[in-house]
Design a protein around this ligand. Structure first.
Ligand code: KG4
Ligand code: ZN
Length: 334
């Protein structure tokens, strides 16, 4: 059978990315232009600045992805682009680039859900087996998704307030650490041999939902109380305690869902899946339970276009096609 080559494009937040993936499984090229340096000056992602960076980078990034792949547009079967959710101005840059590219080269265009992309990053590592449970933890999402087949996503739990990555970034800011805070807190937590005890938000006993805003407030209050008493704040111990609380809840709920739904495979995805503490905890726990658990390498956990191409390939093979009237969908449902 003929190989399928899909160009993926991702611009939903602050990474301008393009990638070519073969048969939904093999990365042929993977280019990511990060805006982190620029967004750091503002302590987070400023939507207008993100859009401007995407405009400057997108053409170059797409050309680079084709160049690295040693392919020309006529070798491609389709263009897959993140349709949502995300920052609307940022999404539109990628979508318009994808439309222009698809129109000029007479290729079909496929709109991909960003979270489906994060999940399909795993397909670049090993074949997915169903039923499958996916823990998605990123700057905008904290979700447990049950999949009984390709393209079928059943939301069984989600955050009721902050996303896990958002909590990381906010706590990091309180500790005076640069954006994005996740990797910084991860590093401090790793270095610490003490941990401040913070609460865990279990919610109702049978709930697979999450809540992280109470934990964030607990960290802020703890720091202020220590400072008011004239004490010295141990940032490492705060980071370690915060991370332990997040990791405990994510691990416990993921394991409980995996057992209840008797899944064949558990995967983690999204930027926070790059977290060492979380990876170790999930790997250890699922090993004990004898349930296959996978998490992609760190570069495929954070935003990239290979994951969009991988999810797009699955949709392409199922016959899904978008149109040139595609629009950015900031609140797109999975
Ligand atoms: O998936 P992603 O790149 O973008 C979104 O779709 O949101 O995730 C970004 C989030 C940020 O909140 C960042 O702080 C967090 O992932 N993150 C981490 C780590 N690396 C990135 N959080 C905890 N530990 C890490 N090592
Ligand atoms: Zn993401």
């Amino acid at each position: 059978e003929k190989d399928v080559y899909i160009l993926g494009i991702e611009t939903s937040c602050d990474e301008t990315a393009a990638s070519v993936v073969k048969n939904g499984q093999t990365i042929v090229s993977n280019v990511v232009a990060s805006q982190i340096k620029s967004q750091q000056r503002f302590g987070g992602v400023v939507p207008e600045i993100a859009s401007r960076h995407h405009v400057e980078q997108i053409t170059f990034v797409i050309e680079e992805a084709l160049h690295e792949a040693k392919l020309s547009p006529s070798d491609l079967d389709a263009v897959a682009v993140t349709e949502g959710p995300g920052l609307v101005g940022a999404l539109l840059i990628g979508i318009n680039a994808a439309k222009a590219f698809a129109f000029a080269n007479k290729l079909p265009i496929i709109g991909v859900h960003h979270i489906a992309g994060h999940i399909y990053a795993n397909q670049l590592m090993q074949p997915m087996e169903f039923p499958l449970l996916a823990l998605i933890v990123s700057g905008g999402h904290t979700e447990l998704v049950l999949m009984n087949d390709h393209g079928s996503f059943e939301l069984i739990g989600e955050t009721r307030d902050d996303a896990a990555g958002e909590a990381y970034d906010k706590v990091a800011r309180v500790l005076g650490l640069p954006y994005p805070g996740g990797p910084q807190i991860d590093r401090l937590a790793q270095e610490s041999d003490e941990a401040v005890e913070f609460p865990r938000a279990w919610l109702e006993p049978d709930s697979y939902d999450f809540s992280f805003s109470g934990l964030k407030s607990a960290v802020i209050n703890y720091k202020h109380n220590v400072e008011q008493r004239g004490g010295t704040v141990n940032d490492q111990a705060i980071a370690a305690g915060f991370q332990q609380s997040v990791v405990d809840v994510l691990t416990e709920k993921t394991v409980r869902a995996a057992e209840e739904f008797k899944v064949k495979q558990v995967i983690a995805a999204g930027g926070v899946a790059a977290n060492k503490g979380l990876r170790n905890s999930l790997e250890k726990t699922f090993k004990e339970k004898n349930i296959p658990f996978y998490v992609p390498p760190i570069a495929l956990c954070t935003d990239n276009a290979a994951m969009i191409a991988a999810a797009g390939t699955m949709m392409y093979l199922e016959g899904e096609r978008g149109t040139l009237s595609m629009n950015g969908r900031p609140g797109m449902p999975l």
